[in-house]
Write a protein that binds this ligand. Structure first.
Ligand SMILES: [Zn+2]
Length: 315
């Protein structure tokens, strides 16, 4: 297994970090290596080591769930409905006659942008920035603009009113650089919607030493809590306008399925994928129900955060 000599925090560059947990790729089995998650106390983040940012083809297999856009399942339809409700809320403060420019970072074939466009209002340009070449053609066919490559390399003449970055910031090696880039692309009264795991949650603590699903080893490079994400946002001149925790059913599902496999109770067929296993499906439903019930009383593992320019940094 490749190893870094020092384990340096990707945010503060300090190497006084503590080993937090070790985990494997229980979800896709792309490698059999054990990865370490380190905790930088100063930044209150976790980061994976080694960070395989130069081996993306290895760690994102062709059956990766984010490839191929949304599926037409009932669960997906419910999720779409809830997402659409959230999108309405964040676009409400723009005047109806403003044509909104929207960017989806890591947006695949633009399926979230399609959902946005179902709203009865004006849209300007819709853009996807993604590394997935296969998604490009589909996105363009649906009328979106597409930039193939990392967000840090994306240049755009205008500004975006809404920037979506769902399940993305935890996948990059330099979250600060990405947030700075997002800020430079954001219109004066624009808003950014971010979804990322919260490692300060019940399931993260319970499965800390048993491949917590939120580790998504080795594809999640940096993990935050609500407060550590807010600190980083502030540092780059962005303000948190809303921060809420939501159910983290997929993390329960991965954690429980991997644990059952570890004890020989089930066997995951990785050619089909963990997501097809009956236990994964059952624990997704139970995990969602449990998180919704406990949500008011204890922290769950997904956070939705909206950001705007800080009052003193509007351009
Ligand atoms: Zn740090």
């Amino acid at each position: 297994m490749p190893s870094n000599q020092t384990h340096q925090c990707p945010l503060c560059r300090n190497d006084e970090v503590e080993l937090y947990a070790e985990a494997k790729d229980v979800e896709y089995a792309t490698t059999s290596d054990t990865y370490s998650f380190y905790n930088c106390r100063a930044c209150d983040i976790l980061f994976v080591s080694p960070m395989l940012d130069d081996q993306l083809d290895l760690i994102y297999p062709s059956n990766y769930y984010a490839f191929g856009g949304a599926q037409e399942t009932l669960a997906q339809k419910i999720k779409n409905y809830l997402d659409l409700r959230l999108f309405r809320k964040i676009t409400d403060h723009f005047p109806q006659n403003t044509a909104l420019n929207i960017l989806d970072v890591g947006g695949g074939d633009g399926w979230l942008l399609d959902l946005f466009k179902q709203m009865d209002r004006k849209f300007g340009e819709t853009w996807v920035v993604d590394l997935d070449q296969k998604a490009q053609e589909k996105a363009i066919a649906k009328g979106h603009n597409f930039h193939l490559g990392p967000i840090e390399m994306f240049t755009y003449d205008g500004k975006f009113d809404v920037i979506l970055m769902l399940n993305l910031i935890e996948h990059v090696k330099d979250p600060r650089a990405v947030l700075l880039q997002i800020k430079s692309l954001l219109s004066g009264n624009g808003c950014v919607l971010i979804k990322t795991p919260n490692f300060n949650s019940l399931d993260a603590k319970l499965f800390k030493n048993n491949n917590w699903g939120g580790f998504h080893t080795p594809r999640h490079f940096v993990l935050f809590t609500q407060s550590s994400f807010e600190s980083l946002a502030q540092e780059v001149g962005l303000k948190v306008t809303q921060s809420q925790l939501t159910q983290g059913a997929p993390f329960w599902a991965v954690s429980v399925t991997a644990l059952a496999q570890k004890y020989g109770l089930i066997k995951v067929d990785y050619s089909k994928g963990m997501h097809r296993h009956w236990l994964y499906k059952v624990s997704t439903l139970l995990g969602a129900a449990f998180d919704i019930l406990r949500g008011p009383f204890s922290d769950t593992s997904q956070m939705f955060i909206t950001l705007s320019h800080s009052d003193d940094s509007k351009n």
